[in-house]
Ligand binder design. Structure first.
Ligand code: GLN
Length: 446
């Protein structure tokens, strides 16, 4: 009731939810009360949370932030949704997001932009901006997000919360609407590493319905939170502290690193020499996969269909033309171009080779250090509308986050302080399947 009331009072202004499931939530809460009063249940029983509207929820609209899916009701739950439900969590509703998760500011949503709870004229980050804003404004204690190129970590940073992008394959993608399948990964967003650990316990693990989910045991992520981090080796990539980084962010990150030194960590400068190739590589690979994934929206089987089509071609063209927004269309055009016969080798194949070089940078770095730290975002939350006319400026907001998606590595953003009243996020990147260690490091700091 508490959270539903806050949503009712505050969300008209913030716009962080696309749908609210008040009735079902209260019903589930009653059932959780009964369970808890009879001495049963576990740490997740009765915990309210919000799902990014990219996760399919049976019987309830799943729009993916798009007019294309404004009328779409999935017949089944995504694995992330069903696992959290089975663990006892209660769904408050579905959160706003950039259309098909394409964006870094939540301004491409068909349902309008989300406002940053710390400064309403600023963006919450994207694409999981609704989830980040809802948690930051305490409309929900936790939320799910997805991260294809930073969409959990960057909004977590801009809204002052904790967000984890797990190792590729750690969390099932079944029922999570696909953007770029080789990069997409769902993960938890909450106030603390401890809360994130609890959520990840429920979300992670092999799923026979997702062939890219990995058969690997899921540890209890809460058990190692308190371990000492004395002697850990932290690498600071010199490429993450150069040109383009807001000096106030740099100062806040430096102060956080000093605290880690105080906790017994050893700090080393390292190099990830191919960092500058990450943005161009990602913006070839991601649109290529998106153009292929989004070809399913043809106005025939589900989703938006144009009125009075003349013939089949007109039905396809107008359904897609009217159903997708400008950023999605830009990505489809780039994607089909880089995959086309004459250009495949020059763009797509080249990008795949660069992707390998980027992962090799990390592989080398992890022979020298245990984790890598740096800023999550080069700037604090920017003004609504500031970058909407300049896609390249918007894409550069992802400069520190997208390499880890290209490499498939886990990474966490945690609050590191404020600059001019706006939250700053510290990013911690780990080796494959090191989520427990990342959460331990974050918890010791928090
Ligand atoms: N901002 C990036 C993009 O627009 C990342 C999005 C994401 O992680 N879903 O593609």
């Amino acid at each position: 009731q508490h959270y539903l009331k806050r949503i009712e009072q505050l969300d008209e202004n913030l716009n962080s939810f696309i749908s609210v499931s008040a009735e079902e939530a209260l019903q589930q809460a009653k059932a959780a009360d009964t369970l808890l009063h009879s001495g049963e249940g576990n740490a997740m029983t009765g915990i309210p949370l919000a799902h990014k509207d990219i996760f399919c929820t049976a019987g309830m609209k799943t729009s993916c932030g798009s007019k294309m899916l404004d009328n779409f009701i999935a017949p089944y739950d995504a694995t992330v949704v069903s696992r959290l439900k089975a663990a006892g969590a209660i769904m408050l509703g579905k959160t706003n997001m950039d259309e098909f998760a394409m964006g870094s500011s939540n301004e491409t949503s068909f349902y309008g932009p989300v406002k940053n709870p710390w400064a309403h004229e600023r963006v919450p980050g994207g694409s999981s901006g609704g989830s980040a804003a809802a948690v930051a404004a305490k409309l929900s204690p936790a939320a799910t997000g997805t991260d294809t190129g930073g969409s959990i970590r960057q909004p977590a940073a801009l809204c002052g919360i904790t967000g984890l992008k797990p190792t590729y394959g750690r969390v099932s993608r079944y029922g999570m609407i696909a953007f770029a399948s080789s990069l997409d990964q769902g993960g938890p967003m909450a106030h603390s590493a401890q809360d994130v650990a609890l959520l990840l316990n429920a979300m992670a693990g092999f799923d026979p319905s997702d062939s890219t989910s990995v058969v690997q045991e899921v540890p209890d992520y809460t058990l190692s939170l308190e371990e000492s981090i004395e002697g850990i080796k932290i690498g600071l990539p010199k490429e993450y502290f150069g040109e383009g980084l807001d000096p106030n962010i740099a100062a806040t990150i430096d102060a956080a690193i000093k605290e880690f030194e105080g906790l017994g960590a050893q700090i080393r400068e390292i190099s990830l020499p191919n960092t500058e190739l990450a943005v161009p590589t990602y913006y070839v690979v991601a649109p290529a996969e998106c153009s292929s994934n989004l070809s399913r929206y043809d106005g025939v089987r589900f989703g938006y269909r144009c009125h009075n089509p003349k013939d089949l071609l007109d039905l396809y063209c107008r359904s897609r033309g009217e159903g997708f927004g400008p950023e999605v269309k830009r990505r489809i055009l780039i994607g089909t171009y880089v995959l086309s016969a004459g250009y495949y080798d020059a763009y797509y194949l080249k990008a795949q080779k660069l992707r390998r070089l980027i992962s090799d940078d990390f592989k080398r770095a992890f022979t020298e250090v245990d984790v890598i730290m740096g800023p999550t975002s080069p700037t604090p939350a920017f003004q609504l509308g500031e970058k909407t006319d300049d896609p390249v400026a918007m894409y550069l907001a992802d400069i520190y986050t997208i390499s880890t998606n290209l490499a498939g590595l886990p990474a966490l953003s945690i609050p590191a302080g404020f600059t001019q009243g706006l939250p700053v996020g510290l990013q911690i990147i780990g080796n494959y399947f090191s989520e427990a260690h990342l959460l331990n490091i974050a918890h010791r700091y928090q």
